[in-house]
Design a protein around this ligand. Structure first.
Ligand code: DON
Length: 562
């Protein structure tokens, strides 16, 4: 591939196309937790727009899904503002601390130190979520940040009840949670997984949210709270400084836009690989008529497309503020045609190398989708990375820190917790953002607008891809979010799938084409989607059956619709 340098770090949003004023008489929120969905709806009902609702949902999820996302983490918020058609990705991704170095997780022999980028204070990047919420309120919301944060503050004070999902993930991360006094006191009961129905109250987190509510960015990134965060991290062997916090900057990025048949797909830009990987896979798949293929051939072709797109992720992608990524070439249809010339319908193209996969059973991160009565929309995927992040809470803050540093390539060719390999483009550097797979996405045709996304580590992008292909077939959000799932990420060279995705004969046919298949043993992902059918002017929302989320469409009385 020609190495024409093309930087994606565009700090200004584009205006896609102006759209006429919209009156929907409905609003919808789909998120991973009923309390977070309610928080979003209550802010909409106070006169907030989709962006205020996004603040409320993000903050509520930080309270009631502490294992998935939070103030100690980051995320991407894809926005569409209806009155002027502006589309932008708010990048609140964590950054590597200024004292971070390329080999910081390697021992003197150059080998990765077990769990150093996953457990404890050294694994945490500088959080971006609080700054992103402040940015959303200042630039896109109509309510004060303090209003949009109220539901989360109340939830933190009143508590939420432990469910089975919480128990499963707390068990998975019990050892690391128990090793930190603050995390142990908040998330475990006497060091054990709390019983079902235990009420988890987070008073320190409520105070931290209150500081953010009243002081905005400075409430988190400077002053008393910043002192506590830095002190706690340093005492536990981490390398954060107050300068790291003070210098954190939210970026506005131009989303990646791809066209698949009659669908415009808008998704996350670098430092998420999501949009580009989707665009490469869709450009390959557009050459085929998937609807006329038998099931095994269709799955084979989709897998071969995933494999090639994830190969480019491993080879070329990283934070485009630090490395040059050939974004325009990777996005061209002609490039997809070139890399799929060797794609045979009857036979697998093997990935070049085989590497081990670290199995992970605990899944987290979170996604939500919102459309308000004006047609504004938000797709947001937020994370602290591994379940319960680094498992570390600096004393007196209630902030559970991420372990997003593991999303860097800590050593070329060494798989991270999702089995992803990377190279130079995603090496650690001070102040750099680690490559992500989070893919909040919009899909649009003349008649319909869809908002979707999911957690699931490396499998996020393939889940969104399957959702888009399903939408193209005219199916509903209910179908997108509940589809049986399969995934290929180039390395390891194996189709990963849910236990019941394939019929026996399809499995056999795929094996005959040369595929290796591996059931991941459980269901994965937790997709939440909203669809606006412009013809009927109705919204439809759906939450993945695999999770315990809530998708709610509410009617907005005509008299209150602004
Ligand atoms: O940014 C990323 O790609 C990962 N940190 C997301 C982690 C994730 O989705 C975990 N979920 N199951």
């Amino acid at each position: 591939m020609k190495k024409i340098l093309f930087f994606t770090s565009i700090l200004f949003a584009i205006t896609a196309y102006a759209t006429p004023a919209t009156q929907l008489h409905q609003q919808a929120v789909a998120s991973a937790h009923p309390a977070a969905t309610q928080a979003g709806l209550s802010v909409l009902n106070q006169g907030g727009n989709a962006f205020d609702a996004a603040i409320a949902v993000s903050a509520a999820l930080a309270v009631v899904e502490p294992f998935g996302s939070g103030l100690g983490g980051g995320g991407f918020w894809l926005l569409h503002r209806q009155h002027d058609g502006k589309q932008v990705m708010i990048d609140g991704r964590e950054v590597a601390p200024l004292a971070a170095t390329r080999d910081m997780y390697l021992d003197s022999q150059g080998e990765p130190i077990k769990n150093a980028s996953v457990d404890g204070a050294l694994a945490a990047g500088i959080p971006g979520l609080p700054a992103a919420l402040d940015h959303l309120a200042k630039h896109y919301g109509v309510l004060a940040l303090s209003d949009s944060l109220q539901p989360a503050i109340k939830l933190a004070k009143d508590g939420f009840l432990v469910n089975e999902h919480y128990q499963r993930l707390a068990k998975f991360r019990q050892a690391v949670l128990a090793s930190n006094d603050s995390a142990k006191a908040i998330f475990l009961s006497d060091g054990k997984v709390p019983a079902l129905g235990t009420n988890i109250i987070q008073n320190d987190l409520a105070n931290t949210l209150q500081l953010l509510a009243t002081q905005g960015f400075d409430g988190f990134y400077s002053g008393e709270l910043a002192d506590k965060l830095v002190k706690g991290v340093q005492q536990a062997g981490g390398i954060w400084t107050k300068e790291d916090l003070a210098r954190y900057t939210v970026k506005e990025r131009l989303p990646v836009v791809a066209h698949y048949k009659n669908i415009k797909v808008t998704s996350a830009a670098l430092p998420s690989s999501g949009g580009l990987v989707l665009s490469i896979a869709l450009n390959i798949l557009e050459q085929y008529d998937l609807s006329t293929m038998d099931e095994a051939t269709r799955i084979h072709v989709v897998v071969e497309a995933m494999k090639r797109a994830y190969r480019d992720r491993a080879l070329h992608m990283g934070d485009s503020d630090f490395v040059s990524v050939p974004v325009s070439e990777l996005s061209e249809k002609s490039y997809a045609h070139t890399i799929s010339k060797d794609l045979r319908l009857d036979e697998v193209t093997p990935s070049q190398h085989i590497s081990g996969l670290n199995e992970i059973e605990g899944h987290d991160t979170t996604h939500f989708s919102v459309i308000d009565k004006r047609g504004n929309r938000v797709a947001a995927t937020l994370s602290i990375n591994y379940p319960f992040g680094s498992g570390f809470v600096p004393q007196g803050t209630g902030v559970l820190l991420n372990d997003e540093m593991d999303d860097f390539s800590i050593k070329p060719g060494t798989p991270n917790v999702y089995g992803l390999v990377g190279g130079e483009a995603n090496a650690i550097a001070a102040g750099k953002r680690m490559l992500s797979s989070m893919s909040p996405t919009f899909i649009e045709t003349e008649e319909k607008v869809g908002v979707l996304g999911t957690p699931g580590g490396s499998r996020i992008i393939s889940m969104v891809l399957l959702g888009i292909l399903d939408a193209e077939q005219g199916h509903s959000p209910e179908s997108w979010v509940n589809l049986p799932r399969y995934h290929h990420q180039y390395l390891p060279d194996v189709i990963q799938h849910e236990p019941d995705t394939f019929k026996a004969e399809t499995l056999l046919e795929l094996t005959e084409k040369g595929h290796k298949l591996k059931s991941v043993g459980r269901h994965y992902g937790n997709m939440h989607a909203v669809l606006w059918d412009k013809k009927s002017n109705k919204l439809v929302a759906a939450s993945d059956r695999r999770g315990s989320g809530a998708a709610i469409v509410e009617s907005v009385p005509l008299s209150t619709a602004k």
